[in-house]
Each structure stands twice: as structure tokens, then as C-alpha cells.
Design a protein around this ligand. Structure first.
Ligand SMILES: CC(C)(COP(=O)(O)OP(=O)(O)OC[C@H]1O[C@@H](n2cnc3c(N)ncnc32)[C@H](O[C@H]2O[C@H](COP(=O)(O)OP(=O)(O)OP(=O)(O)O)[C@@H](O)[C@H]2O)[C@@H]1O)[C@@H](O)C(=O)NCCC(=O)NCCS
Ligand SMILES: Nc1ncnc2[nH]cnc12
Length: 314
């Protein structure tokens, strides 16, 4: 029989009988919570890809600045990741060391690359959402609150030191577009984001989602606002990789102008966002890192929202 349990019930159950000392029922409950966490991660990535207008990015309307990606490719990539996020939540619940989480992440990258025939659709998301799933899994197992603060604190307490080490790739690390532009332009990127506990998510994307929803924006409008604020204030190595420091600056200034006009609260916001999309496509610009951080922000919002529910197989 299927049962729907509010997350608060799951947490209360663990408070009464901690999962690390669990019997059969709490083991089932924890498994259901990890599955729920993974479903929210997949749904967040799905919501991001379906969103439009997103300047320079792939959406159901067009492929933005990408010749080698479309929505169908992102769907195949997403399908290849369905087990990964469950494994990361479960590994987090078991206090797994970063070295083992990294192995899971690298296996997921390989599966993604097989599914996309070598195109990098979700590399940033595998890292960021994977680590966040691990932190949420830990919170479930240890009856910690599922608030944004608690998720971030857990991430840093459990894996903060290792994430700092990971932000300093060794001579043995494979070169990447991100490390190349980080060196070339002396900027941070996905690795620095991780080392700092994803400030783009917790200090930029999530606060904007909450702010937009408070003024009665729809979920899609709140996500558009968050994407633009992320484009305006984070360092996205993909924009540097695509168009250098000038291109990255153009992304920031365009996004700041959209926000200054009121974001999606402005009557003509769709026309402004559409013009920004055409400009980015003409310059080959794609804020893919901001897109990943948007999905991660939406994930944290969904997990921390009080109405979240899990499905448990009785
Ligand atoms: C920590 C890693 C993510 C690796 O990071 P690194 O910077 O070394 O490597 P990249 O390969 O460049 O991947 C970074 C991805 O993260 C996204 N991103 C960029 N800036 C930020 C940021 N400030 N914060 C968070 N995330 C950010 C970005 O994702 C988007 O870019 C994708 C496309 O990029 P690219 O492949 O460069 O391709 P194109 O633009 O199409 O250009 P060409 O192909 O034509 O050249 C797009 O889809 C977005 O998703 C970057 O992808 C992590 O992977 C890692 O640790 N790697 C080492 C191995 C490992 O340990 N793995 C397991 C970790 S759990
Ligand atoms: N919608 C999108 N388009 C291009 N790159 C992305 N990376 C993550 N989401 C993306």
C-alpha cells in the first residue's frame, strides 16, 4: 500500500528514533525520503529546461546559443541521472566521505556523456545538486531541519574541508573549461561555489525566489527573476569560456538592466527578456552556470518549503 507522509512527519519519526539506530520502519522511511529528495532534484532540473525566456539557453522554444544541444538531449541526460541523485541522498544519509561522493559524481558524469554522446549538459548540476542531495539525505538521517540554513550548515560541516580542497585542482586533475578560464581571468567558478557552500544558491537565487513569490509572482516568473539575478551577480565560467571578460560583463550588465526595470514585475518584461535572448544568441553567449544554480536554488526552495511530501512504500 502507498502512503503519503509529510516531510515533517518523517523528521519527527527520526527525532523519536534516530535513523542510525533504526529498525525496519525508519529504514523504509529514510529510503522514501532519499527517493523524494532525488525526485525534487530531477524536477528542479526539468523545470529549468522547460522555462522560457532564458537568454542564450536551451528551452522548448529554441536552442539558444547552442548548436549541439536541444531539449531532447537534456531529457536524455536527465534520464541518465535518475539513480544518481537517490544514491547521493543515501550516501549523505550514511555520512559518506567526499572521496566516495566524488566517485558517484564521476560515474554520473560518464553516464551523462554516454547519454548525450559527449555533450556536457549537466556537469555543473551533477556537482551542485549532487552535493545538496547528500546534505538533505544527512538532514533526514539525523533529524535535522530541512530549512535552507540547516542544509547549508550540514553541507559545510560534513564536507566543507573537502570542498575547499576540491576547489584547488592538483596538477593531476584533468583540465577543464572552468579551470582554464578561472586561471586566465582570475575568477572563481563551480569549484569555488562549492567551497563557499554555494553562495549563488543560498544568497542570490533562493532569496530572489522568495522575494518574487512574496509579491505573487508565478513560480515560472520567480524562476526567471532568480535566473537574471544569478546572471547579474555570480561568476559563470561558461560566459567567460564562450566570450571572454567582455562577454561575461555584457551578461552581467544586461541582467542588471532587466532587474533595474523591475524584473518580471515590469509590464514589458517578456519583450525585454526576449531582446536579451536575441542579443546573447548573436554573441554566442550562454549562462549555463547560472542555469545550474537556478535549478539548485529551486531545489532548495522546494525541499525547505513546508508542504513537501514523501511517498513511502509500506
Ligand atoms: C566542480 C566541477 C563542476 C568541475 O568544475 P570545473 O570548473 O573544473 O569544470 P567545467 O567542466 O568547466 O564545469 C563547470 C560546470 O559548472 C557550471 N558552472 C560554471 N560556472 C559556475 C559557477 N560559478 N557556479 C556553479 N556552476 C558553474 C557549468 O555548467 C554549464 O556549462 C555547461 C557547458 O559548459 P562547457 O562544457 O564548457 O561547454 P560549452 O559552453 O557548450 O562549450 P564547448 O563545448 O563548445 O567548448 C552547461 O551545460 C552548464 O551546465 C560548467 O559545466 C565538477 O564537474 C568536478 O568536480 N569535476 C572534476 C571531476 C569530479 O570530481 N567530478 C565529480 C564531482 S561530484
Ligand atoms: N537550459 C540550458 N541551456 C544550456 N546550457 C545549460 N546548462 C544547464 N541548463 C542549460
Amino acid at each position: 500500500m502507498k502512503q503519503l507522509l509529510p516531510v515533517s512527519t518523517v523528521v519527527a519519526a527520526h527525532a523519536a528514533a534516530p535513523a542510525h539506530a533504526h529498525g525496519r520502519t525508519s529504514e523504509h522511511t529514510l529510503r522514501a525520503a532519499c527517493l523524494h529528495t532525488a525526485i525534487v532534484a530531477i524536477r528542479s532540473l526539468h523545470a529549468e529546461i522547460m522555462l522560457f525566456p532564458k537568454p542564450g539557453l536551451v528551452s522548448p522554444v529554441d536552442n539558444g546559443s547552442h548548436a549541439d544541444m536541444d531539449v531532447a538531449l537534456f531529457m536524455r541526460s536527465l534520464f541518465s541521472l535518475r539513480h544518481y541523485f537517490v544514491r547521493m541522498a543515501q550516501a549523505g544519509a550514511r555520512d559518506t566521505a567526499f572521496a566516495q561522493l566524488k566517485v558517484l559524481g564521476m560515474q554520473a558524469e560518464q553516464r551523462m556523456l554516454v547519454a548525450t554522446q559527449g555533450v556536457n549538459t549537466h556537469r555543473g548540476a551533477i556537482f551542485a545538486l549532487g552535493m545538496l542531495c547528500a546534505a538533505v539525505g544527512y538532514c533526514h538521517a539525523h533529524a535535522r531541519p530541512l530549512s535552507a540554513d540547516s542544509i547549508r550548515r550540514t553541507l559545510m560541516e560534513q564536507w566543507g574541508d573537502a570542498l575547499i580542497m576540491h576547489s584547488m585542482p592538483s596538477a593531476m586533475s584533468l583540465p577543464s573549461n572552468g579551470t582554464r578560464v578561472a586561471r586566465l581571468y582570475a575568477v572563481g567558478g563551480a569549484r569555488e561555489e562549492g567551497a563557499k557552500g554555494f553562495p549563488a544558491v543560498f544568497e542570490i537565487g533562493l532569496p530572489q525566489i522568495l522575494k518574487s513569490l512574496r509579491r505573487d509572482a508565478t513560480p515560472a516568473m520567480a524562476q526567471i527573476d532568480a535566473l537574471f539575478v544569478l546572471m547579474a551577480y555570480m561568476t559563470d565560467t561558461n560566459t567567460y569560456h564562450r566570450a571572454g571578460a567582455d562577454g561575461a560583463q555584457l551578461v552581467k550588465l544586461s541582467a542588471q538592466a532587466f532587474i533595474a526595470q523591475g524584473g518580471t514585475a515590469a509590464p514589458a518584461w517578456q519583450a525585454t527578456a526576449g531582446a536579451c535572448h536575441r542579443l546573447f544568441v548573436s554573441k554566442h553567449l550562454s549562462p549555463g552556470g547560472a542555469a545550474d544554480m537556478l535549478a539548485a536554488s529551486w531545489f532548495v526552495f522546494q525541499i525547505s518549503a513546508s508542504g513537501a511530501r514523501v511517498t513511502e512504500q509500506d
